[in-house]
Design a protein around this ligand. Structure first.
Ligand SMILES: [Fe+2]
Ligand SMILES: [Fe+2]
Length: 239
């Protein structure tokens, strides 16, 4: 069975400045991952959203340029990644659709994100019977659990920035879990101004799924909004 790293929403170019160092540290601790999954919203495309575009923010073109700079750093660190399609990364397609532009005029994710060969986009992925998907369809702190029950399969999601963790569910026949991996964003960036007055704030971290068993690794920040520089991992040896 496999060891999987699940990277949640990076929303480039609005990711937390320390997130790559955090992922590097997780990678170093585990030594090797058999699969890397990006749970989606790898880019934000704030300027292409349905809500008001910050007039002091990037233009759509400049935002893509800035996001690509960040994507290339991630490509370098992880040349082979299974990516889940997601609402933010799909924004250019949505815009094209509502403007009546047929698919034949559009480039695919791989091309416009300048991705290396090893990056592949799919609606969902499956490893060791566990399903990885972006997480649209449910909201709130039980979204991952509801997704798992809906799929009748343990499910790992991102998408819901302000909740993270694992909830199990069982009936007489099966035991499932829903795992929300949080996000890796910087909530102080203008793209997240919508969350300023919300009491629930983003939870940063990533997921490790070893032999199908999930662990949430929190990226703990100090009062100055910087990563504390070390990871804290509950270590459980399975006999
Ligand atoms: Fe997101
Ligand atoms: Fe999302």
């Amino acid at each position: 069975m496999a060891r999987v790293l699940a990277i949640p929403d990076t929303q480039y170019p609005f990711a937390h400045r320390d997130h790559l160092n955090f992922l590097k540290e997780v990678n170093k601790y585990y030594g090797k991952f058999d699969h890397i999954v990006h749970l989606g919203d790898e880019v934000d495309f704030h300027a292409l959203g349905n809500w008001d575009h910050d007039p002091d923010g990037y233009s759509a073109g400049d935002e893509l340029k800035a996001a690509l700079k960040d994507m290339h750093k991630l490509y370098e660190m992880f040349p082979k990644v299974m990516v889940c399609t997601s609402n933010h990364t799909a924004r250019p397609f949505r815009k094209a659709f509502t403007s009546g532009i047929p698919k034949a005029f559009l480039r695919d994710y791989h091309e416009f994100l300048e991705a290396p060969k090893g990056w592949e986009w799919r609606e969902y992925w499956e490893v060791d019977g566990v399903r990885y998907e972006h997480g649209e369809g449910f909201s709130g702190m039980t979204a991952a659990k509801k997704s798992a029950i809906g799929n009748m399969q343990s499910t790992v999601i991102g998408h819901i920035h302000s909740h993270a963790g694992i909830l199990y569910w069982a009936n007489e026949a099966s035991l499932l879990y829903g795992f929300n991996c949080g996000c890796l964003i910087d909530r102080h960036k203008y793209a997240f101004a919508y969350g300023k007055k919300m009491k629930d704030k983003p939870i940063l971290g990533c997921g490790v799924i070893e032999d199908g068993i999930p662990t949430f690794i929190p990226m703990i920040l100090n009062k100055r909004n910087r990563w504390i520089g070390k990871i804290i991992i509950p270590h459980v040896k399975i006999k």
